[in-house]
Design a protein around this ligand. Structure first.
Ligand SMILES: [Zn+2]
Ligand SMILES: [Zn+2]
Length: 174
């Protein structure tokens, strides 16, 4: 059985976290627990970009005790980047155990639109499942409805489902 830990980095609504955890438990057919919130690590903050380095956050998570066969997904309201890109929705250690996702650009307000908690919750679940999929050994998928399809804009996230296609599901490491 897959065990997933959700680590809030910064302030996130309890309901957002609870819904994410419920969704992850369902998709992976395992258990999910929410860890105590921590501040996003200051050393991952890039002052000139006003964003956090997702790679630095993952490096900081590498020292944690993570139970055997478990995966950890950090969730932060802060905007994330990797040096070659303007932003990323998230990043994962391939065959990890750790991943990180940001809610910043999943929010409708980011694009000047009215808030839509339901839509944002679905986006967050998809991005968390996607990054956790990488930690379970999956690469990107060409099936645009598969959660492992790459997303470079929210419109792409909205196109895909929150679950794995049959090919990816077979490829999930135990
Ligand atoms: Zn990916
Ligand atoms: Zn797939």
């Amino acid at each position: 059985m897959k065990r997933i830990q959700v680590l809030p980095l910064g302030n996130l609504p309890a309901r957002t976290l609870a819904e994410l955890c419920g969704g992850l438990a369902e998709v992976f057919g395992g258990r999910c627990e929410i860890l105590r919130a921590e501040p996003a690590p200051a050393r991952a903050f890039n002052v000139s970009r006003q964003q956090y380095s997702s790679t630095e956050i993952l490096a900081g998570l590498a020292g944690r005790e993570i139970p055997k066969a478990s995966r950890l997904v950090a969730v932060t309201p802060s905007d994330l980047y990797v040096p070659v890109l303007t932003f990323v929705f998230g990043e994962a250690q391939l065959e990890g155990p750790c991943a990180v996702v940001s809610t910043c650009r999943l929010r409708q307000e980011f694009y000047g639109l009215p808030a839509d908690a339901g839509l944002e919750g679905r986006r967050l679940l998809k991005e968390a499942v996607h990054e956790l999929g990488h930690t379970f050994g999956l690469a990107h998928c060409e099936n645009y409805e598969c959660v492992m399809a790459p997303s470079h804009a929210v419109e792409w996230i909205d196109l895909k489902s929150s679950t794995f296609c049959a090919v990816c599901r077979r490829g999930l490491l135990c």
